[in-house]
Design a protein. Sequence first.
Lengths: 229, 229
Amino acid sequence: MSTEYETPIVSVDIVLLTLKEGQLYTALALRDKEPFAGQWALPGGYIHTNEDQDDVDAAARILLAKAGLKSPYYEQLRTFAGRHRDPRGWSVSIAHYALVPFEQLAHVEHDHLKWVPVDSLRGLPFDHLAILQTAVSRVRSKTLYSSLPLYLMPETFTLTELQKVYEGVLGATLDKHGFRRRIKELDVLVEVPGAVSTGTGHRPAQQYRLKRKVNLATADSNLGLKAPA
Amino acid sequence: MSTEYETPIVSVDIVLLTLKEGQLYTALALRDKEPFAGQWALPGGYIHTNEDQDDVDAAARILLAKAGLKSPYYEQLRTFAGRHRDPRGWSVSIAHYALVPFEQLAHVEHDHLKWVPVDSLRGLPFDHLAILQTAVSRVRSKTLYSSLPLYLMPETFTLTELQKVYEGVLGATLDKHGFRRRIKELDVLVEVPGAVSTGTGHRPAQQYRLKRKVNLATADSNLGLKAPA
DNA sequence: TTAATAGTGTCTGTCAGACACTATGTG
DNA sequence: CACATAGTGTCTGACAGACACTATTAA
């Protein structure tokens, strides 16, 4: 009990997700240090004990530094800890995931950051593939019973666009009427006065935006879509 | 980026739960070191990087050392991290929860460990009250759609006893027929040949035990009880 | 008028909650 | 036989999935 033990390495890794062309994409950062220098991995970094108040703070700071953006939604995923996940030794990674609308990051791709479809990914350094898969599975399962995908939407959008995003996240198609019934029950959207279409060759759709003062984190957990077959 | 930062303190804390007299109880350990020496807190300790393979290993070792028992069920709860939760400075607690049948721990109460009802608890050192509440809420919500409370049962038990345990965890009453329908759907129990009652003054009940080779962790997530009103 | 999507009405099978009923032991 | 709990049959309202229908714009 009184022996001193080597301290584990503590870092924060982030699974940053977006929806692009109907598919979930994750951000990968080019590692500039050992181990795995020159390889693509989940963006991550050490906790700065002098500036970060907590782990979410650290995640936000790291994302801003590595990707130059602020995500509207962060959540702790889980912690991956053990002796063998990092060649430097016993390590702890407090993994987080974040969602960001594709429109908001069209400009952030640069030499040290790239976007790849989550489903086509095979190998990643450390246990980052397991972390990514855990995040994707969490997001998909939350999508079944919450309004999480709203964080992937731009300022205003139509219900059909929202449905496409849900379908993209889930990788399944949903019934239109049932989908609208549930979104309405959530009661987190308001109509935007000006309907929009202008030249689509068909009936224009109502635009919606998030209700002001709605905290989606608490408004979650009442959607109840059924898992796809 | 190249600056060195102070390393956060990393520990593992455990919410050990059992059901006693129809109520959820948690184990508290008497702290023998600063900070908060002499106060009751969740059992916890440092990671031993030379012997623990991962965080679950550490949790099992700590529980064995502090309470002298092995729990049939461990799961990582979430990680509590930040600057202000521990007076020693920036700290990380990888919190776990564990379930153990009351019968298995009748003998483990001693000077440095005590059992208290979770709902009557007010103050605890660090952020241990928040950790405890998170664990209880997790267990209650998992109980609604999984077979988690089976970890609180002795070797053999009747369906009525199992229902009482579910009701104790949830703090609500359940319909007998509906409860049995769902347990049957889970398909994780088998009848024990000898029915038992011997002197109860009424019809004896069938005893059940867990099916062999059933991993409850994977058999979970299909119960579907409705949240109490 | 047609094409194309927006938006709504309605049927039906499933299933959870409620509750009543039968079964089987003890005293 | 009375009593207490074990165990089951069945009704019903809510609701999700399916699908058909109407509405509204552009060309």
